[in-house]
Design a protein around this ligand. Structure first.
Ligand code: NAP
Ligand code: G4F
Length: 323
């Protein structure tokens, strides 16, 4: 019998890469999708015929109990979230309901239907926020700087709590920023790669950004989903930092992107206050030694390679749309 996994957030960036990985590993993949008035399956359209998509919402525990009862997965990956940090200030309650309480709902649905299910929680380096040590590792204290970061801290600790209270195989991946051509357009790296492509093709002249000095540890989403899967194959559930160990500023990322397109960043980037945040996370850089040693995880994509790939992909995409 093939193993069966359920993914919440399968229509998102990570959900699409994880679904590909699980299918390649011979899994039957159940994707929980929330109702919307228009279908948004672009990221999974190429594998949709191999997936079982079922309706459900992280805001509704009963819907998840029904999905779990009907499909009986052995593994559940909880990727669903309101994941855009900036929006978490304008929608703090929704962010808490989805990104924090949603984790309790899915954990509880698992506890009630089949506590043997192995569970992955998508925790975030945003939990480190105003960092208490550098680099950040599993033992670094959290100091979140946004309603999103606060919600992720809740999601992280409720995962630990269900592991300790009910002996569930629940693991949390503390993932640092990871990107790809499938990233949402509002996140900085994709905003830059898409903006650069638009300028290159003469569709725009400027790119409006916020804080160019913030530093992030940026990796490739395709590499990071391998770590999610590996965590659930371990005998013991644990928490792991997943990061490249390198940090770069927003400015450096822009320079690589503009350079790739043969453009001068200074000619096009405009600072726009609307993209500054009420509180910023100035520096993130992770230490993934534990993931390397215990689950054999390695990142394969370089920072420059990632940014260049995203710029190339957006130029190809826009060129095909304007042809
Ligand atoms: P994403 O592209 O924004 O995808 C989020 C997914 O959550 C989408 O499929 C979305 O569905 C779904 N969702 C939102 N609200 C929902 C609800 N009420 N019920 C069910 N599903 C809902 O995010 P991502 O980049 O793939 O990230 C995946 C997870 O990892 C998130 O939890 C994120 O917070 C976390 N994370 C991401 C990073 C990163 O750098 N990418 C780093 C650390 C942690 P729709 O398509 O219908 O909107
Ligand atoms: O790409 P970002 O929006 O990602 P952020 O806030 O680091 O969060 C992402 O990574 C987290 C992991 O650490 C995830 F948990 C979370 O779900 C999300 O995937 O912004 C990156 C940096 C920030 O410092 C921001 O202030 O870029 C800076 N920035 C500067 N100008 C901008 C802009 N960010 C955005 N989105 N748009 C700008 O115009």
């Amino acid at each position: 019998m093939p193993r069966r996994a359920m993914i919440t957030g399968i229509t998102g960036q990570d959900g699409s890469y994880l679904a590909e990985l699980l299918l390649a590993n011979g899994y039957e993949v159940i994707g929980m999708v929330r109702r919307s008035s228009t279908v948004n399956f672009e990221r999974i359209a190429h594998i949709q015929d191999q997936l079982t998509l079922v309706p459900g919402d992280i805001l509704d525990e009963v819907s998840m109990i029904q999905v779990l009862r009907e499909h009986r997965p052995q593994e559940v990956y909880n990727l669903a979230a309101q994941s855009f940090v900036q929006t978490s200030w304008s929608q703090p309650v929704l962010t808490g309901e989805v990104t924090a309480m949603g984790v309790t709902r899915i954990l509880d649905a698992i506890r009630l239907t089949d506590p043997e299910i192995r569970f992955y929680q998508a925790s975030s380096s945003e939990m480190f926020g105003k960092v208490q040590e550098t680099p950040q590792l599993e033992s670094t204290p959290f100091y979140p700087r946004s309603p999103y970061g606060v919600a992720k801290v809740y999601g992280h600790w409720i995962t630990v709590n269900y592991r300790e209270s009910y002996h569930m195989h629940a693991s949390s991946g503390i993932l640092f920023n990871h990107e790809s051509p499938r990233r949402g357009l509002e996140f900085l790296p994709r905003k830059v790669s898409h903006g650069v492509a638009r300028i290159k093709l003469g569709l725009d002249k400027e790119l409006r950004l916020g804080n160019l000095d913030a530093k992030r540890d940026w990796g490739y989403a395709g590499d990071y989903v391998r770590a999610m899967w590996a965590m659930l194959q371990q005998d013991e559930p644990q928490d792991y930092v997943v990061a490249t160990g390198e940090t770069h500023s927003v400015r450096e990322l822009c320079e690589v992107a503009f350079d790739r397109a043969g453009l001068e960043m200074a000619d096009h980037v405009v600072i726009d206050e609307q993209f500054l945040r009420p509180a910023e996370v100035d520096l993130l850089v992770g230490d993934a030694t534990k993931a390397r040693e215990k689950i054999g995880w390695e990142t394969e994509m370089s920072f420059e390679g990632l940014v260049q790939m995203m710029v190339d992909a957006d130029i190809d995409l826009l060129a095909s749309q304007t042809r």
